[in-house]
Design a protein around this ligand. Structure first.
Ligand code: AMP
Ligand code: ZN
Length: 112
């Protein structure tokens, strides 16, 4: 089987602290939080990163952003940051598309 950590988390084969789930999207708290609130939103179907988004699979990305808005609202986040790292130089460590949602503290710009 294709060996992908986030595919296994989305399938429930590896435990996670879930914040949201539907047919196509899964959201869970980051195991190493970088802010008081830090969760990840992923498509259940494997996409390697933003660099692999195409017209054929882009619908789930729009849905992910609707999920981000809903979960952030439900958690009471009025201000937050959404980040996706693409490739080694940007610090991507898990090669399954994921959007970090970070909130609950002051953020700096530009990001490091
Ligand atoms: P990135 O480095 O942008 O690819 O983000 C991967 C994120 O996944 C990091 O913030 C990790 O802390 C997080 N992570 C890795 N393994 C797990 C896990 N088993 N459960 C929750 N988050 C994880
Ligand atoms: Zn995957």
């Amino acid at each position: 089987m294709f060996d992908c950590l986030f595919c296994k988390i989305a399938a429930g084969e590896i435990p996670s602290n879930k914040v949201y789930e539907d047919e196509t999207v899964y959201a869970f708290y980051d195991i190493d939080p970088q802010a008081p609130t830090h969760f990840l939103v992923i498509p259940k179907d494997h996409i390697g990163s933003v660099a692999e988004v195409t017209p054929e699979n882009a619908a789930v990305v729009a849905h992910i952003f609707a999920v981000i808005a809903k979960v952030a609202r439900d958690l009471g986040l009025a201000s937050y940051r959404v980040v996706s790292n693409i490739g080694e130089q940007a610090g991507q460590s898990v090669h399954h598309l994921h959007f970090h949602v970070l909130g609950g503290r002051d953020m700096t710009w530009p990001p490091g």
